[in-house]
Design a protein around this ligand. Structure first.
Ligand code: ADP
Ligand code: MG
Length: 297
């Protein structure tokens, strides 16, 4: 299988499960605690590796011990970290405070140095040229994303975007034009399309409009209902997996990873869509964004 280059955030994830948040001036017990390799870039890379893809990560961690540990974990997960740079004092930290019924809150400390810079992309040029897909997480600086997308496009490498491009300036529109695939959760889909996707008819219409901007495959979440997959030839809706939801964190990252693996294998789109939604459902079943998909190999 061709390799995948993932460009995105790497962070220490601290997942705290509570029965309820304390009032200001009081405390509350934490019922479970997990400290994980996290951040969307890392979560996507871990999912890809678990699904059997050869994967390299482009990102940044701090010079602290946490950064050391994150790199060690990524290597143990089978990820090529040769394009992960170390700079700045602190690695990024994301605290996922999770109450029952998938009520999550994130507290994010993302130092600027841990965002992916254009120079990091240029330093990873060879990895990108040799890849089958470049998966770009759009929460990174838009100039970085655009440089990666253009490099990949020029080299004939599939460009997959996760998230929503900025609505201000021209870079966002250019990014969508460069993309082969774009996938957005409900909130991002609203930013991408300008309409709230509350039902499948609205979502199909919105997806067709995005297809006209350039991508060949568009995947949009319909709020609380499921995900729709659209190409110029085909479009269909896949409802959510019928499994208990604990924390949807990372479910989108697992979804896009399974989608990329399916595209690499050349699977039929309905099969890819089903596997992607199953991967999302599985990830939503446990606290924290780190996927656990290895048994699907
Ligand atoms: N029970 C479920 N079964 C399948 N997919 C689910 C389920 N619950 C949520 N999802 C999907 O998980 C995805 C969450 O996406 P997103 O918000 O991008 O998460 P993250 O960025 O934390 O990975 C959405 O596409 C949503 O439809
Ligand atoms: Mg997401």
């Amino acid at each position: 299988m061709d390799s995948v280059v993932v460009l995105g955030q790497i962070a220490r994830d601290l997942v705290l499960t509570l029965d309820g948040l304390p009032e200001p001036g009081s405390g509350a017990p934490v019922t479970s605690r997990r400290e994980l390799l996290g951040g969307k870039g890392a979560n996507q890379a871990v999912a890809l590796a678990q699904l059997g893809a050869e994967v390299a990560l482009v990102g940044a961690v701090g010079a602290d011990e946490v950064g050391e540990d994150l790199l060690r974990q990524a290597i143990a997960d089978g990820i090529d970290v040769s394009a992960v740079v170390r700079r700045g004092e602190d690695s990024a930290l994301i605290v996922d405070v999770l109450e029952p019924d998938n009520r999550w809150r994130y507290l994010e400390h993302i130092p600027r140095e841990t965002l992916v810079a254009e120079e990091d992309v240029l330093a990873a040029e060879k990895l990108i040229y040799d890849a089958g897909t470049v998966l770009v997480q759009l929460q990174q600086p838009v100039a970085t994303c655009l440089t990666a997308a253009r490099l990949a496009r020029t080299a004939g490498v599939r460009v997959v975007l996760d998230g929503a491009p900025p609505t201000t300036g021209t870079h966002g529109a250019e990014l969508v034009e460069e993309a082969h695939v774009i996938r957005a959760d409900a909130r991002e889909a609203e930013q991408l399309t300008g309409s709230r996707l509350d039902d499948t008819d609205t979502a199909f219409a919105a997806a067709r409009e995005v297809l006209r901007r350039g991508p060949e495959l568009v995947v949009l979440e319909v709020s609380g209902q499921g995900n729709m997959f659209a190409t110029n030839e085909d479009e269909f809706f896949v409802p959510l997996a019928d499994a208990p939801v604990v924390d949807t964190t990372g479910a989108g990252d697992a979804l896009i990873a399974a989608l990329v693996v399916g595209l690499h294998r050349g699977d039929p789109l309905p099969e890819i869509a089903a596997a992607s939604v199953a991967a999302a459902g599985k990830t939503a079943g446990h606290p924290g964004g780190r996927p656990s998909l290895a048994s699907r190999r």
